[in-house]
Ligand binder design. Structure first.
Ligand code: ADP
Length: 217
């Protein structure tokens, strides 16, 4: 269990806070609007009304170097930047910042923040992927064109082997695992026979995954 501080309880900050609570962590929510704080006081571990651009006010929150702090103020770039700067000055190491624009991103990265999040863009890319390959129910981009994709096996693929559905003769596609009836099946051979509703995780280059996509739809 970890402790997180989320600054700015707008839609994004609140969604992140509630998910962390759901995952069993503790979350302090910070917002300068007392009405917002009042609304969520019973949803989070603790809710504090504070102007997060004020370094002294932030210091009083007693954030320690080991806390992860997410700055989820998106609209007001100036407030987000001042808050990030204050957190840096207080010596916090693990700072995540939501950035709404390119300029916001550039300045935050100059402040030495390692994790900059673009929820709208990330979500947009995910939705586009899903529309493009509806059989891919989730994916992780690993960089350099490599992806891990999750596919739910359709009825029409029942009885097919992995070789039949994911053998791309140009590049390697690796079947990582199958989740079937609550069990994880590993070390899959190419003669592994698929069943309807198997959750199949494949990894490989996007180009190779795109080539085999029509066989999986
Ligand atoms: P979203 O798009 O996710 O809804 P917003 O940027 O609209 O994000 O919301 C950010 C939240 O941050 C709002 O609830 C606002 O009251 C809060 N906020 C804005 N400025 C500050 C500040 N200086 N200190 C603390 N909270 C702030």
């Amino acid at each position: 269990m970890s402790h997180f501080t989320i600054i700015g309880l707008g839609r994004f900050g609140l969604a992140a806070a509630q998910e962390l609570i759901h995952l069993g962590h503790t979350v302090t929510g910070v917002d300068n609007d007392p009405k917002v704080a009042d609304k969520y006081v019973n949803h989070l571990t603790q809710v504090v009304v504070c102007d997060a651009t004020d370094e002294n006010a932030l210091m009083e929150l007693g954030l320690t170097g080991s806390d992860t702090v997410l700055v989820a103020i998106g609209e007001d770039m100036q407030a987000s930047l001042l808050c990030t700067l204050a957190l840096k000055t207080l010596g916090l190491k693990d700072i995540w910042v939501k950035a709404n624009t390119r300029a916001h991103h550039t300045i935050v990265s100059k402040l030495g923040v390692a994790r900059i999040i673009h929820p709208e863009e990330d979500m947009g890319a995910r939705v586009a992927q899903a529309l493009n390959y509806p059989m891919v129910t989730d994916f992780i981009g690993l960089g350099d064109g490599f992806y891990v994709v999750q596919i739910i096996v359709k009825t029409r693929l029942e009885g097919r082997t992995l070789a039949e559905v994911c053998d791309d003769n140009q590049q390697i596609i690796e079947p990582l695992l199958v989740k079937r009836d609550g069990e994880i099946l590993r070390n899959l051979e190419l003669d592994f026979v698929l069943q309807t509703n198997d959750r199949l995780l494949l990894s490989g280059k996007r180009s190779a995954l795109t080539r085999i996509a029509p066989r999986l739809s």
